[in-house]
Every structure is written in C-alpha cells, then in structure tokens.
Design a protein around this ligand. Structure first.
Ligand code: SER
Length: 318
C-alpha cells in the first residue's frame, strides 16, 4: 500500500491532487503537507491526515516521512513565473534548495519523488511549434531556471543514487477549486471567473499568443499515471512533455462566448507576462509520454469550457 506525502497540498494543484490521491489510495494514506498560513480547510482538512511541511526545512520533511512511513512524495512547492521574477532568491530557495532537501530525504528513506517541471523550462531559442521532448532549454526567467535545474537534479539523483524520480512538464493548468497565483497562464483561469460573474474580462496577454494549457483532471491523471508507470518502459524521466490543448486569448474567449453570449473581453497587455508568454512554446510534442507510459488527455477546449462553466456557476452560485 502506498503512503503518500504532498508538499504544497493547499496550492492550486495540491488541493485537488491530495483529494484525488485519497480517492485512489485511501484517505488515511495521503498526508497533506502545508506551510503555516496556508492551512488546509474544509474537505481537504477533514478527509485525511495533514502536517506542517516547509520544503526549506529538511529535518521537518524527514520527520513527517518517518512518522507516516511515506514511500512517495509529490513535491509541488514552487513560486509561479511572474511572482518568481520579483522574488528570484526565494524562488530558488523553495524550488531548488527545497528540492535538494526532498531528494536527500527520499534517498535516505527510499521514497519515489514527483517534482513537476513546466512549459516554463523552455525559452526563446527553443523550437516553438511541436516542441520536441529533447531540445534546447535556455529560459531567461527565474522560474524557468529553477525548472530546468529541477529536471537535472532529479535525473542526477536517479542516475547516481537510484532515487525513483519522475516528472511531467505541466502546461498552464485550468481549474475551479483553488486559484493559481502569480503565473503567466493564470488569465486562462481568470477568464472563466469573469464570464460566470458577468464581468468584462481584461486580458493581459496579446491576441495570437499561443500557449499550451490543460484541464485539471487531465493534469492529475498525468501525475498519478506517470508515478504508477512500469519503470522498465521509461526511457525519459525528468521531465515528460504532456499536451492536450493550445490556444490564444481570442480562441478561449470565443469558446466561452458560445455559452455566455453577452461575455465581453478587452485587452490591457502586461509587458512582463507577455514577454514570458512569447518565450514559451506554442505547442508541445508529447509523443514520448504517449509511448512510454500511455499518456492520453480526456478534455479539449470545448469539453473543458462546458465543465468549467458548470462548476463555477455552482461554486459562485450564479
Ligand atoms: N502556469 C505556470 C505559470 O504560468 C507555468 O507552468 O507560471
């Protein structure tokens, strides 16, 4: 039986991944790790164990891992791309010093580790269309620098110490439970909230800017599927390209407008977000993930839009 620790369990991905892992592996086997000030609430708190786990504190990670007999760690602690530009040192401390702590505990305690990378690990010199699995990774954002380092350090611990590290490169994740904070792709979440609230959406990203995106249920499935995959089939480890949809602001706007005809959008471009978005791929080639562990997304823009609008109408009582 698996005993799982999620570090960053109250964040955008963590809050939903924790619940999905509890559904699959049993509530008591999945520990929600959080930092003070970001305590779990509601169902996340009530449905299973939780513990304070600050990724920058190796001893704290070790004691929780030992106490709960943890064999798998999902390490989701990170600052997103925009906020990392204003706090580069903190982004490194959480993303890389924190990862080092996690990997050391994993090496000593025999844990498997999932630490996501991102489309942000690519940069302007990467081929932008159908970006290959193995290609140029020279990002100029601190977020990107930490994500490339995450991939390298995770592979290093696998090759040198045999730690079972695996990861995907997440696209922008669209979700309706916990909002993202400080990312370049956040607009694709915010636009749904505006549509459901009946507000005009002010888009910070230019028309024509393509970025890879994914609906949360597919993102959760990718992480769990990869950690369950037969290791003998894995040629790559850190980290796999995964893809399900790629669109620009006009395309998502029209997908929503089909269901909310009065919905309006105007542009007010954020130069930092635009610069970051321009440096990222337009679309990823995820052939390796499909071949090595059977990756296949379930949602496209239309089916995601229908589900997002329904879930947000319930949530916001609209
Ligand atoms: N969603 C992230 C960001 O925008 C990218 O992985 O920073």
């Amino acid at each position: 039986m698996k005993h799982i620790l999620i570090i960053g369990a109250t964040g955008q991905i963590g809050s939903e991944l924790t619940m999905e892992l509890r559904r699959r592996y049993g509530n008591t086997n999945v520990v929600a790790g959080y930092i003070q000030g970001a305590e779990p609430k509601g169902e996340l708190k009530e449905s299973g164990p939780s513990a304070v786990v600050d990724v920058t504190n190796g001893e704290m990670i070790e004691s929780v891992v030992k106490e709960h007999h943890i064999d798998t760690i999902y390490n989701l602690a990170a600052l997103l791309s925009v906020v990392a530009e204003s706090k580069p040192k903190l982004a490194w401390k959480i993303g890389i010093d924190g990862l080092w702590n996690v990997l050391e505990v994993a090496r000593e305690q025999g844990c498997a580790v999932f630490t996501p990378s991102s489309i942000g690990s690519f940069g302007a010199s990467t081929p932008h269309t159908l970006t290959p699995q193995d290609t140029v990774q020279r990002p100029r954002t601190m977020y990107g620098v930490t994500k490339v380092t995450t991939e390298l350090l995770s592979d290093y611990y696998f090759n040198k110490y045999g730690v079972d590290t695996r990861a995907v490169r997440f696209p922008g994740i669209i979700s309706n439970v916990t909002p993202p904070g400080g990312g370049t792709t956040d607009y694709a979440v915010d636009i749904y909230y505006s549509a459901v609230k009946g507000e005009k959406f002010v888009c910070p990203i230019k028309e024509g800017t393509l970025m890879d995106m994914m609906y949360m249920p597919d993102a959760l499935n990718a992480a769990i599927m990869l950690m369950e995959a037969d290791p003998t089939r894995l040629i790559h480890r850190n980290a796999f390209n995964i893809a399900s949809m790629s669109f620009d602001p006009e395309t998502i706007y029209h997908a929503i407008k089909k269901h909310v005809p009065a919905f309006e959008m105007v542009y007010d471009i954020d130069p930092l977000k635009q610069r970051i978005a321009d440096s990222w791929p337009d679309s990823l080639d995820d052939t390796c993930a499909r071949e090595e562990w059977g990756w296949k997304p379930a949602y496209d823009l239309e089916s995601m839009t229908v589900d997002m609008l329904e879930k947000l109408r319930e949530k916001l009582k609209k």
